[in-house]
Design a protein around this ligand. Structure first.
Ligand code: MG
Length: 368
């Protein structure tokens, strides 16, 4: 099989809640999402999606995806999309870094491999564990009482895990954590995710200020060294996210005992292939994972479901159903949340989705 054409679509994904706010006053109201369509010479077409969390979360931005795909496309035309390690080798040779650009292409190749073999990506990634994947809900940064109210609403929809967006004023963040933990029961999970937003003295005050509350601390500071320092000053369970962007930082952090769990985002590490490699290593090492992406629509949600459900249940801390956060559908057939969980749709082939061209419109770039 050969890649015959690569088509690129851009779609805006507005948020149902209107605005998503996190550390240091950052927010996004409409996400800039890119869908990549890979056509082959054998009538099989695959789809991938990437959606940065604005231009100031990770070193990634919407127009950068489309520019990067244009850079890679001439190297990929004529290559065999089912030889996914070779596809990744071509991409890593032709363009250093820019993992988020490569993610959509890699994802589309997994979709093609599934369609070629008649298997779901979940089956290709090792097989299905359990009936469904428990999801977390991200709680946009607001005043403490508003965040508690939001949690109460999402809890009524079946969620049992909540990720608070903190990383603001330390006194406000301490109040946010107390106000939200108070309304939760035993067994319900609360994560305070600062998204790199605290300086060390601020993080030190917050981890001290929450005392023995049952709360996870996620990525308090910007650098790995700062996070490691805070990790050693708190007994709260600790999650690293932004700093774990590949195998080498994961191995270093494991060696340092720097975290209890990681947040594995597909586009942060360069696609499903590299996410699977990290996932499998974490399974072997006993590191629990939240499996998700920086943001996304239906295609990314399907990719998350396939990767998450092929992960042993005990090691998957949670996952995200991004398609329930936004108002626009990028594809039909994607998993839909049911009582705080999602699962790979039965009978899925590849990613199990059909793109919604009414939303995607015409390609913004075509390479053949
Ligand atoms: Mg995080």
């Amino acid at each position: 099989m050969k890649i015959a054409a690569i088509n690129v679509y851009q779609v805006d994904l507005p948020l149902k809640e209107g605005r998503y706010s996190w550390a240091n006053g950052k927010y996004v109201e409409v996400f800039d999402c890119t869908v990549v369509e890979i056509e082959t010479d054998s009538k099989i077409t695959g789809y991938g999606e990437v959606c940065p969390l604005g231009p100031f979360y990770l070193p990634a931005y919407g127009p950068g995806v489309r520019t990067g795909v244009g850079e890679l496309a001439p190297h990929l035309l004529g290559a065999d999309p089912v030889e996914i390690n070779k596809i990744n080798h071509i991409m890593d040779t032709a363009l250093l870094g820019h993992p988020y650009v490569k993610s959509a292409i890699d994802m589309a190749c997994w979709d093609i491999l599934g369609k070629h073999t008649g298997l779901s990506v979940c089956d290709l990634m090792g097989g299905k564990f359990g009936e469904s994947v428990a999801l977390y809900r991200a709680i946009s940064q607001q005043a403490p009482d508003a965040m508690a109210k939001n949690i109460a609403g999402y809890r009524d929809e079946g969620y049992t895990k909540f990720q608070l967006k903190v990383g603001g004023d330390p006194d406000d963040d301490i109040a946010r954590i107390h106000a939200t933990r108070e309304i939760l029961d035993r067994g319900e999970v609360l994560i305070a995710d600062a998204n790199t937003g605290w300086l060390m003295h601020e993080a030190a005050r917050v981890v001290d200020g929450v005392g023995k509350l049952d709360v996870y601390i996620e990525q308090p500071c910007k650098s790995y060294e700062e996070c490691l320092t805070i990790r050693r000053r708190t007994a709260r369970p600790f999650i690293l996210d932004e700093n774990i962007d590949g195998l080498q930082p994961l191995l270093r952090a494991y060696g340092d005992g720097a975290m209890d769990a990681i947040n594995l985002k597909i586009s942060k590490v360069g696609g499903l292939s590299k996410a699977r490699q990290i996932r499998d290593l974490c399974v072997s090492l006993g590191i629990a994972m939240t499996i998700e992406d920086s943001w996304g629509g239906d295609i990314i949600t399907a990719a998350i479901a396939n990767l998450a459900q092929s992960t042993p249940e005990r090691l998957r801390f949670s996952a995200t159903d991004f398609n329930s956060y936004v108002t626009v559908q990028t594809a039909a057939g994607s998993p839909k949340r049911d009582n705080g969980c999602m699962s790979v749709v039965k009978g899925s082939i590849g990613l199990g989705i059909e793109p919604d061209f009414d939303s995607l419109g015409s390609p913004v770039a075509q390479y053949s």
